[in-house]
Design a protein around this ligand. Structure first.
Ligand code: TRP
Length: 330
């Protein structure tokens, strides 16, 4: 049997460069590897664990699926669907929650950060976020999870749950591991932290025009362009990182040399970078546009994916229910 890969992202509307380089590129790599069966979803049940916009949730969910497809995820090779269409995830999450203490969940850094952002939002759903995420993964007995390094604490919870369930109920969940991609850390354009949809001015969206990209890069803070050491953080470091990701390592070295010598002309660097980023996202935009006009196609991918996913998870769920001693007719 092929080893399974599971991943997904929350429905944020159009993906940004961080999602693309840090997430989707990893999804693609594994999709093309014949040793794996790949399952990718838009996690709308996770979206409701923090305040969200009810009017746009479904639209944003579909938009992420469209971007997945436009980036090259292929329903012939991967199962691509929406989490809430596979209700077994929520069911399994309930079963798994019996193996997790409240204290363990309260101490997760992700939970603490979120309640800092939303002081009124310390809901049970938010506390249970890592359990639902564990259920997403364990429902497929997935072994590899391509996600950013910030998700490592959640994967640790998934491994703990897998071990506990295996010991207690004689189950055989593998302990899922993170699959790290190359360009996985895409910094925020503000020079602080990582690129994020929730920080204004921090990201370049896959839907941005050339002039949007130019305007956004123009705002990245810079310095005189030269000095005795290449900056390791702040705007200049961000630009050099983007140069490496989009123009290659050699180009980065050559700009670093300039920094230590005659100086970098940032306007030239930013224009080149904007051109190259746009070149790389233009074909994705074109495909997304075509998909939007192919009536019914995306919905069909989503519904067909849900059907295929349910086939896998319903057998895992039955096994767990039986081993946990729930009633069923013999
Ligand atoms: N928590 C993940 C994120 O914010 C999204 C997610 C939910 C996920 N369930 C998952 C990722 C299962 C991988 C596997 O990026």
């Amino acid at each position: 049997m092929k080893r399974r890969v599971f991943s997904g992202s929350r429905p944020t509307g159009r993906l940004h460069l961080g999602n693309y380089l840090g997430g989707v590129r990893g999804y693609l790599e594994l999709q093309e590897n014949p040793d794996y069966e790949t399952i990718y979803m838009v996690m709308d049940l996770h979206a409701i664990t923090t305040p969200y916009d009810k009017e746009n949730l479904a639209k944003y969910t579909k938009q992420v699926v469209i971007d997945y497809l436009a980036c090259g995820l292929d329903p012939e090779k991967s199962i691509i669907t929406v989490q809430s269409l596979v209700p077994e995830h929520a069911y399994l999450a309930h079963l798994l929650s019996s193996a997790v203490t409240v204290a363990r969940m309260l101490h997760l850094p992700t939970y603490k950060e979120k309640i800092k952002q939303h002081p009124d939002g310390a809901t049970v759903a938010l506390l249970n976020y890592p359990v639902l995420m564990s259920a997403d993964i364990l429902a497929y007995k997935a072994e590899l999870v391509p996600v950013g390094v910030d998700q490592e604490p959640h994967l640790e919870v998934a491994r703990e749950i897998a071990r506990k369930m295996n010991d207690k109920y004689n189950l055989s969940f593998p302990e899922p591991k993170r699959f790290a991609t190359k360009g996985e850390y895409v910094p925020s354009l503000t020079g602080e932290g990582k690129m994020s949809k929730s920080v204004e001015g921090s990201y370049i969206s896959l839907g941005d025009s050339f002039s949007d990209i130019k305007t956004k890069l123009a705002k990245v803070p810079t310095d005189l362009g030269k000095g005795s050491a290449v900056p390791k953080e702040g705007g200049v470091a961000v630009l050099l990182q983007l140069v490496e990701l989009f123009l290659g390592k050699e180009e980065r070295f050559s700009y670093e040399k300039k920094y230590l010598g005659e100086g970098i002309r940032y306007q030239e660097l930013k224009t080149r970078l904007a051109e190259e980023i746009y070149e790389q996202i233009k074909p994705i935009q074109k495909r997304a546009f075509e998909l939007e006009s192919k009536k019914g196609f995306v919905d069909e991918v989503i519904y067909d994916g849900a059907k295929r996913a349910r086939k896998i998870v319903s057998s895992v769920l039955s096994e767990v229910k039986e081993k946990m001693g729930l009633y069923f007719k013999k």
